[in-house]
Design a protein around this ligand. Structure first.
Ligand code: IMP
Ligand code: MG
Length: 180
């Protein structure tokens, strides 16, 4: 993996641990929605890898859709502004929806998404986040399914990016930048 400049990566969660935990979360979803259909909504782009691994471990009738929002600029800081860049392709009315996010940080993105998705009257709306950084929370959001609770570090890999890079790392890594 090529790392640019003086950026440093340190493994936080190894691929094998991610794989094992994703299986466990999928098993829990399968149990919770036994005999029903689940509609997974991935929040682009960060959740695409988590969603594609998760859905393949769910033993139920499933469908998927994606929504894209922007809450961060190109860097590490949240602007606090959330905007829909790409909406869902189809209605979620009456469906069992699991919203799939890469990471829950301040909670601004999910608070906004939960509000707009609830207005579309799904039967159930649950949230699955691969990572949770509870120490940074500004809005009270409690995900129903969490992969890993992590400390207040900026992480990349397994779908998560820094300025669109590093999404392809198989491990979740802590990114340190050189002092500005
Ligand atoms: P929130 O609105 O602050 O909860 O932020 C959620 C979004 O910010 C996530 O979907 C990520 O795209 C991004 N984000 C938050 N923390 C990190 C991080 O440590 N690495 C990469 N992206 C992050
Ligand atoms: Mg991002």
């Amino acid at each position: 993996m090529s790392v640019s400049g003086q950026e440093k990566l340190k493994v936080l969660i190894r691929r094998a641990a991610i794989q094992k935990r994703v299986r466990e979360v999928a098993r829990q979803i399968t149990k919770d929605f036994k005999g029903e259909r689940v509609h997974l909504i991935g929040v682009l782009k960060g959740a695409c890898i988590f969603l594609s691994d998760l859905v393949r471990e769910i033993s139920l009738d499933t469908s998927i859709d994606f929504i894209a929002v922007s809450s961060y600029g190109k860097g590490k800081q949240s602007s606090g502004q959330v905007r829909v860049l790409k909406d869902l392709d189809s209605s979620i009315e009456g469906l069992n929806v699991v919203l799939v996010e890469d990471i829950l940080d301040t909670g601004l993105t999910l608070t906004y998404l939960i509000r707009i998705l609830q207005q579309r009257r799904p039967r159930i709306l649950r949230v699955a986040a691969l990572l949770d950084k509870p120490s940074r929370r500004l809005k009270p959001v409690k995900p129903d399914y969490v992969g890993f609770t992590i400390p207040n570090e900026f992480v990349v890999g397994y779908g998560l990016d820094y300025a669109e890079r590093y999404r392809n790392l198989k491990d979740v890594c802590i990114l340190s930048l050189p002092p500005a």
